[in-house]
Design a protein. Structure first.
Length: 256
């Protein structure tokens, strides 16, 4: 039990220091303290701040470059000043040796790689933009036949270097990570298809599928709606029954 608390304490210390890196010379003497930007995944319309600082570099020499998905690199800030023609970005200098880039209201067009020049390491970060918050749907939507399959879908439109993963849960158990869809079948008549939960998250950042050392911090949960299970012999609930009722209604409307 004691070791568990020690591990938790060490973990919290490591987390609190993320992004703050001390650069040392060959003798191990601290020469500079650097703050680097992190890979980020956000929903469109969100304000994003990418931090960049180096205690050995004046903010006036910083530049920020952006490489959009499938596009060439372009400069968006020089001398810690953004281009006047592009109001979608701004900068801030909390200290004399920092230059943080701000995406005032992120759009899918701003997804891509951002690199800060000034610090010798030239740190960079990927920004992934989700067009909307992930949503969960079921097919069918109201009730399901006992012999039918139910398809659950978690819809995500993400633009960036990688796509999110979906982890599905039922009311009790972890089911597994799927791409977007999860299908189940064979429910007893009179029962209820329970609520299912989809957890959207990222665990890789590389286009080649390699495991990321700095995955974007993003988490979203959506839930499906419960469905009533009816007998496959129920005419009004079966596909054939629905078609029959539609034809009868159509004939009646034409005869009026």
């Amino acid at each position: 039990m004691f070791s568990r608390y020690v591990k938790l304490f060490l973990f919290l210390v490591i987390v609190s220091e993320l992004g703050n890196i001390k650069i040392c010379d060959a003798q191990g003497n601290s020469t500079a303290e650097t703050t680097i930007p992190f890979n980020t995944a956000i929903v469109a319309g969100t304000l994003v701040i990418l931090n960049c600082s180096d205690s050995s570099v004046a903010s006036s020499v910083y530049t920020w470059d952006f490489t959009g998905i499938g596009q060439a690199v372009r400069n968006i800030a020089t001398g810690c000043q953004t281009q006047p023609s592009d109001p979608t970005y701004s900068v801030e200098s909390p200290t004399a040796s920092s230059c943080n880039l701000i995406l005032n209201s992120a759009t899918v067009e701003q997804a891509g790689l951002y690199q800060c020049s000034g610090p010798p390491a030239k740190p960079s970060a990927q920004v992934i933009v989700l067009a909307t918050i992930p949503t969960c749907t079921t097919d069918p939507t109201d009730e399901v036949l006992s012999t039918e399959a139910v398809k659950f879908t978690c819809s995500v439109n993400a633009v960036g270097s990688t796509q999110p993963k979906m982890t599905w849960y039922d009311q009790i158990n972890y089911i597994g990570t799927q791409e977007a869809n999860y299908t189940i079948s064979e429910f007893p008549t009179g029962s209820t298809v329970p609520e299912y939960t989809c957890h959207t998250h990222f665990d890789t950042i590389n286009l080649d599928g390699a495991t990321a050392t700095n995955p974007p911090m993003y988490s979203s949960i959506c839930k499906t709606s419960p469905l009533n299970v009816v007998s496959s012999s129920t005419t009004t609930s079966s596909p054939t029954g629905r078609n029959y009722l539609f034809i009868v209604s159509l004939l009646l409307s034409l005869s009026i």
